[in-house]
Every structure is written in C-alpha cells, then in structure tokens.
Design a protein around this ligand. Structure first.
Ligand SMILES: C[S@@+](CC[C@H](N)C(=O)[O-])C[C@H]1O[C@@H](n2cnc3c(N)ncnc32)[C@H](O)[C@@H]1O
Length: 294
C-alpha cells in the first residue's frame, strides 16, 4: 500500500504529534497483525520507551528479575490480535500470563523453578472478565517445548541473563546484596537445568539458542518472537555482548527485525568504578524483535 493510500488512516500530523494527540486514530480493515489503529501502531514503533514496574505483590517479590506488565501489554498488543495464543518459555512469576489475560489473549508459560511456577499459577487463576485460557508448565523448556501440541501466534520472554545474578559486581551495595539482606532470592535456583547456572558463556548461548529453535517449531509462519535481554559485565570488568550475540545467532534462523529499548529511569545510580575506572550504570534492556519467515 502506498503512502497516499494510507493517508485515510494516518492523520497528517500523526508522525510528529503522536504522543500528544488524544485522538485514538482509525482502524484499517486490512490490519491482520493486531487490533491497533494506525496511530497506536506508529506509537509502538518508536525504538524506546520508559517502563516503570508496578509495585509487586508479596509472592512476586522473591523473584529476582521480573519485567513490567505494561511492557507485556504493549508488545502483546502489537504482535497479536484478541484470542491469539502467546508463549513464554521462561515464565518466572507469570507476568506474560497476566498481561495476556488483560489483553484478551490466551497464553502458555513454561517455568523450571517450582516456587515461581506456583506463583504464576496463582496469579493466572485470579478471576477476570476476559475468558482466556492460561496454562503454566513446571518443566525445563528444553523438554516442555517439544511436547507442546499447538501453534503460537507470538512468543514474548526474558531468559536468565547468563549467570549475572550469581556474580558480585562492585564494592558498593548492589541490588543483589540488598535483596540478600531482606532474605529475598538472589538467583533462580541451584538446579543444573537452570540456564542461569551455566558457567561457560558459549555453552550458555548454545543452550539459549536451542530453546529458541524449539520455539521456532511451534511458532506460526510469520509469527514474531521478542526476547528481553541485556549486555552484561563480568566480574573482570569485561562486557559480554549477550544481547548482540543472541541477536546475531538467532538472526541465522529468524529474521532479526529490530531492537526496542526498555529504558529505566527509576534505578538508583551506583559509583561502581569511581574514581579510577569507567563502569556504566546500565539502565536499559534490549527487546529484540525477530520474525519467523512466512
Ligand atoms: C528473567 S526470569 C523471567 C522473569 C519473567 N519474565 C517475569 O516477569 O517474572 C528467567 C526465568 O527462567 C527460568 N529458567 C531458567 N532455566 C530454565 C529452563 N531450562 N526452563 C524453564 N525455565 C527456566 C528461571 O527460573 C527464571 O524464573
């Protein structure tokens, strides 16, 4: 469709004023990706957004790394339509299920650690006006994915960021040290099946790739995959470009479409390298967007 044909759906000033304008915009009959208006569509495609997590319920606090439901709703709202099926192979405490339900989508989540799977089940069982199906599978994804007997329209997930949770990074009190003091979990589990416990970086990427190749098999043709991830810093001060390595690795099978940045403006800053070394205060995550070819 040419830009002229689209003009009925996109107000002239939409590209410049999309954030300020209250008008929702127009729906397009030919939109087979999502239920958004042209204006809502454009708004999502901006390559960054600030997300602040809502305060967590007591049962979710124990999990060391949860993503915000608003992020889940935005991504699911863009990459699916009402009634579609969403998959999360690293479910944690179930944010993807909660976000799917509020958007009227069905979802299946896989989580290795029993106590997080139980929290996810409890959150998924809460009553809602949206009559959707939500399922939690408490298993290793590398086993559970090959046992799934349905196709999915979209996969949204955030895997362990290698063994980052197990490493101390700096002399001042880190978030991990604060959590330890409060008696909260500082790693997901001690299990050998937990990808966050793999010591070797290349072996970790291999296993992560294996999971996403299994996801490929249950994703419908033309379906999208979004992986929330960060580049990370080792204890020696070297950066491991995990997000970029994964993008390049999965780009051999999927089509790598883009990244969108989740910016965090609510993280306190640490004086990690001061006064002799540059150490970044990392306050962004990559949302890597891939597509399975049609
Ligand atoms: C970054 S967290 C996911 C957090 C989730 N997005 C949320 O908002 O709660 C990664 C999760 O992957 C789980 N995990 C690690 N290895 C796994 C495996 N082999 N199969 C399934 N889950 C695994 C961990 O227990 C952890 O809960």
């Amino acid at each position: 469709m040419s830009n002229e044909d689209l003009s009925d759906f996109l107000d002239e000033d939409i590209l410049s004023d999309v954030d300020e304008d209250e008008n929702v915009g127009n729906y397009h009959d030919g939109n087979d990706l999502n239920d958004l208006t042209g204006k809502e569509w454009i708004k999502f495609t901006k390559s960054w957004k600030i997300y602040r997590p809502r305060s967590r319920g007591q049962s979710e606090k124990d999990h060391p790394a949860k993503y915000p439901e608003e992020l889940v709703e935005d991504f699911i709202g863009f990459f699916t339509q009402e009634g579609d099926w969403v998959l999360d192979p690293f479910l944690g405490t179930g944010s993807t299920l909660v976000g799917s339900r509020s958007m009227g989508r069905n979802a299946v989540g896989i989580e290795l650690t029993e106590k997080y799977a139980e929290v996810a089940k409890e959150r998924a069982s809460q009553q809602s006006l949206n009559p959707v199906k939500l399922e939690v599978i408490n298993k290793d994804s590398r086993v559970a994915l090959s046992e799934l007997d349905r196709e999915f329209d979209y996969c949204l997930t955030s895997p362990p960021y290698w063994n980052m949770l197990k490493k101390s990074r700096g002399g001042v009190e880190s978030n991990q040290q604060k959590r330890e003091k409060e008696g909260l979990d500082t790693k997901y589990s001690d299990s050998n099946e937990d990808l966050g416990n793999i010591e070797d970086y290349d072996a970790f990427i291999d296993e992560l790739e294996r999971v996403f190749l299994d996801v490929y098999d249950v994703l419908k043709d033309g379906g999208y995959l979004t992986v929330i991830i960060q580049n990370i810093r080792t204890e020696d001060g070297e950066m491991k470009p995990l997000a970029w390595d994964l993008a390049s690795r999965l780009g051999e099978t999927y089509v790598l479409k883009q990244e969108k940045l989740w910016l965090q403006d609510d993280k306190s800053l640490g004086i990690w390298g001061y006064p002799s070394e540059y150490v970044s205060n990392v306050a962004h995550h990559y949302c890597l967007i891939f597509k399975k070819p049609e």
